[in-house]
Ligand binder design. Sequence first.
Ligand code: ZN
Length: 65
Amino acid sequence: MIIPIRCHSCGKPIAQLWEEYKRRIAQGEASAKVMNDLGLVRYCCRAQFMGHVDLIDEISKFKKG
Ligand SMILES: [Zn+2]
């Protein structure tokens, strides 16, 4: 799964932020704080990132099973 290049709702480019987001989440930072730092202030863009993480979790369940 690859993050969309741009937010589906507002068109803001977000793909270049994904790697840093993932890295900082893995280091234990709160996702809301990281998104603020990255300039993801609109809820439509934040939903792209949060929905993406959830989707990966869902798929990994199927792979393990
Ligand atoms: Zn957006």
